[in-house]
Design a protein around this ligand. Sequence first.
Ligand code: F6P
Length: 646
Amino acid sequence: MQTQLRAPCVSHKTRINGVPCSPKVVPRVARVPSGSAPEAPVASPEPTAAQRNVVAQVAKMIHAQTTTNKKGALVSELPAWQALKEHVNEIEKTHLRDLLHDEARCMSLIKECEGIYGDFTRQRVTQKTLELLFELAEQSNLRGKINAMFNGEHINSTEDRAVLHIATRAHRNQKIFVDGKDVVPDVWEVLDKIKAFSDKVRNGEWLGVTGKPLKNVVAIGIGGSFLGPLFVHTALRTEPVAMRCSRDRSLRFLANVDPIDVARALDGLDPEETLVVVVSKTFTTAETMLNARTVRSWLTSRLGPDSVAKHMVAVSTNLKLVKEFGIDPENAFGFWDWVGGRYSVCSAVGMLPLSLQYGFDLMQEFLAGANNIDEHFKNQPYQDNLPVLMGLTSLWNVSFLGHGAKAILPYCQALSKLAPHIQQVDMESNGKGVDINGVRLPFETGEIDFGEPGTNGQHSFYQLIHQGRVVPCEFIGIVRSQQSVYLKGEVVSNHDELMCNFFAQADALAYGKTPEQLRSDNVPDYLIPHRVFTGNRPSMSIMLPSCTAYTVGQLLAIYEHRIAVQGFIWNINSFDQWGVELGKVLASKVRTVMNSARTRDRKILPQDGFNYSTTRMINKYLEGKTQVLYPEGHDTFPIDMLRGGH
Ligand SMILES: O=P(O)(O)OC[C@H]1O[C@](O)(CO)[C@@H](O)[C@@H]1O
């Protein structure tokens, strides 16, 4: 539903009737459905004519602020935001069916840069929309914020940190400063260490404790210490060069604290041939640490305590805890607090496990691809800047057209883990309720991301996106497949068949099918309502020349930066994640109860500190058939978990 502001709010310097108003004092904004008359804030009396006059003057004054929102005004108070809201009415009168016939418009909305084809013609935008979005970017100081990020300013203000994942893929000769220190030499010190270590493991110089080469790697980590590396690994598994580089090697991930995930990750592995990489920025994440202890026990129960030195290494910013865990700091690969977990795949978080699997040289191409887009993002003007265009058009879809979800639809099985990775990067970054100054926002930020590779998604949720809710889609196609198959006599090759769907879906969403067309197809009247496609459903398409380490790096950086663009404009902190804390704290409270119940010390009872529903549910769980008392003196594993390598 479209929303509009009831009353404009004002910057810190604003005065109403001579009284200075801070944004926290002025009743901010309430949302009403578009078309409804503006009303006074809830619980306030109707504004008087004089008050309305003041509000109108304030609105005029805000319109006069054409520079930045540095003064603390909400983005929704900027003139360009208001202009975009008004512009929605113009766009509502258009249909993509018609917009796509305007060739001049289409030409201006297709961008070919850095070898990537970006098509924005199926977004519900005109040249005017883009100009207004660029104006919003100007008024929001987007360029200044991008520069602040690249300059190592502490833009993650709630954690007082710089945001410099771009430094993790910098060329050796680049200079990137944090607090007056060039961090690129530190980055390359770790990268050199990764190269040396991964080379040694891969060429058999580094052996397991029983003298066998380590050909299997299990990477333990969760969230940002898992999803990015999984995405890249999945993307490269069937790429011909990567396949050659990883012959006879395996890389697995263990993320969930569910023991089923442990069993699956270790199933069939021989501990003598397995190297474990514990990946945790903080080295305190409950799931990762329990999994690390579990796998350590799996190793030492078979190979003895000395095996840890040869079979376990770590990636972390917390080298003290790595040492306390029992991993030699020599076998730890550091990174820095200015790399956010979800932005860490180019640091040792991804580079170590992926270099072990594919070799450092190939993974350097991945870094080069990401670096290429970093430069593009920093230097290109808005109208030729892929992450900026994607961020702005998404913002238009979310904040002005009212579409809160987006589908990420790669027509490439190798990119099947892109959507899960972007879910974290986007939703943990931009799912916020207050702006960077802590002021509650009168609009929603962030998007609900989901996706599956085409064509699988077509046989799953595409019904909804064609005839149900409007969900802006991002189609990602590949020109040259990693794998080529053509069967004699078939109309097209297998990859061409896939891509036929890629091209068709975007137009089906845009054009739809009218009752007239259905009638001329002799569809009976009673079926026409069911078979109408309204069309006018926005999407964008990206085509990459191939799916290689380099282009996967590019794709990653495009998504990372477009998310930053949206956060910069919404003026939120896209780089903290306080929203994940509360659940962790409550889980720890339950853990205490669980231990008390299972060990029968009964010092704490399930009802202590919990509400009726939770107490009852915990009791039900504790009374269930699964109840076991924790054995003393030894670790227990399901027999099957230990069967590998016999
Ligand atoms: O790398 P760590 O410190 O184990 O954290 C894992 C994940 O947990 C979070 O802090 C919260 O889910 C993520 O931001 C992070 O990627």
